[in-house]
Design a binder for this molecule. Structure first.
Ligand code: AQP
Length: 328
């Protein structure tokens, strides 16, 4: 039986953090058993906001290296960078011509990222979801695993695909399903638990990066916001401590009840110390593996080979699309 296909992407827009890991990458690694997987470093999405060219180049490789270090296996999955395959940009342009402005106006991520600077935000930032639709639809994707922040974008990809198929009365595009892991769908910032943990967040203590050393992890967690209640309970109405507990739960594999019992008489400081040790211990093998991979100089080769595998699929879909429209 043919396996269902997964497509998912990650932006090389900064240090990959535990939100990206728990909300996305960890699930991608697990999916390798049951799905046919395509994972993409979505560098074209990253240039929707200004980037330093030298840092961007480094981050593309660092992100790919971290995916490998987390357990993405190129024998089981295709891994490449978006800009290596021009069909992504070309299909995005075509889909632009089939996407009503009103659909994009509803996207909350644009509103958050443009943050009042709408007039100065790039057209690319506004159009981000259409490029994402192109990424997904090029590969006849069945399932798109994402964090909660990206669900609206996958829904847009579904709508665009349905619209295109119905206009041309042909099932050109497969309609993808979104898949989210509820508990860690949205890891919040450590200093500001109102906002999700984010790569491009300016606050230096807000995110724990996968490459952070144990000292840095400890410093960030000890400085994390809590509240004045000093009760270590999974109470969604106390978002700061709740977020720290969800992180503990995800890394420890313990149940909520087990964690609450463990810290029943504990103070926040004791819990934070334990959490910092746990996170450092779980990230250690990733950091070590990443060091090995980056020193091997193989990342560039992996990305090129991945693109060589993905390109024929993308080009075949693009050809089909052009034919039905009457292009070329
Ligand atoms: N805080 C989060 N909690 C859970 N999942 C998250 N993801 C991102 N942040 C969290 C998921 O990680 C995958 C890759 O995300 P992305 O790189 O495509 O872009 P993003 O969602 O915009 O992530 P960031 O870290 O916030 O980057 P910037 O700051 O550049 O925008 C996605 O599946 C996402 O849902």
């Amino acid at each position: 039986m043919n396996k269902k296909r997964v497509f998912s992407g990650i932006q090389p827009s900064g240090g990959i953090h535990i939100g990206n890991y728990l909300g996305a990458i960890k699930n991608w690694v697990d999916f390798q058993k049951d799905y046919d997987n395509i994972f993409c470093v979505v560098d074209l999405h990253t240039i929707t906001v200004r980037q330093d060219p030298k840092i961007l180049k480094e981050k593309i490789r660092e992100t790919a290296g971290l995916l490998l270090a987390c357990g993405i296996d190129v024998e089981k999955s295709v891994l490449f960078a978006q800009s290596y395959i021009s069909a992504h940009s070309e299909l995005a342009w075509i889909l632009n011509c089939f996407t009503p402005m009103g659909w994009l106006e509803k996207m909350t991520q644009f509103k958050e990222k443009a943050a009042g600077g709408r007039e100065r935000a790039s057209v690319g930032l506004f159009d981000y979801p259409v490029l994402m639709a192109a990424d997904i639809l090029l590969y006849d994707t069945d399932v798109v695993p994402v964090g909660e922040d990206q669900v609206q974008h996958v829904e847009l990809a579904r709508d665009v695909a349905k619209r295109f198929n119905s206009l041309y009365e042909k099932d050109i595009f497969k309609i993808p399903e979104v898949k989210i892991k509820k508990e860690t769908a949205r890891v919040m910032g450590l200093s500001n638990s109102e906002k999700k943990m984010s790569k491009s967040d300016a606050g230096e203590n807000n995110a724990i990066n996968l490459l952070d050393t144990p000292d840095v992890i400890s410093k960030k967690i000890m400085a994390a916001a809590t509240d004045s209640e000093n009760k270590i309970l999974f109470d969604i109405n106390r978002p700061a401590i709740y977020n720290l507990l969800v992180i503990y739960e995800s890394f420890s594999g313990l149940t909520k009840g087990e964690i609450e019992s463990k810290f029943v008489d504990g103070k926040y400081a004791d819990f934070k110390k334990d959490l910092a040790e746990l996170v450092a211990e779980k990230l250690k093998p990733i950091r070590e593996k990443y060091k090995e991979i980056s020193e091997s100089g193989e990342i560039e080769k992996v990305l090129k080979q991945g693109a060589d595998k993905a390109r024929p699929m993308a080009e075949a879909k693009l050809k089909e699309v052009k034919e039905v429209i009457g292009l070329g």
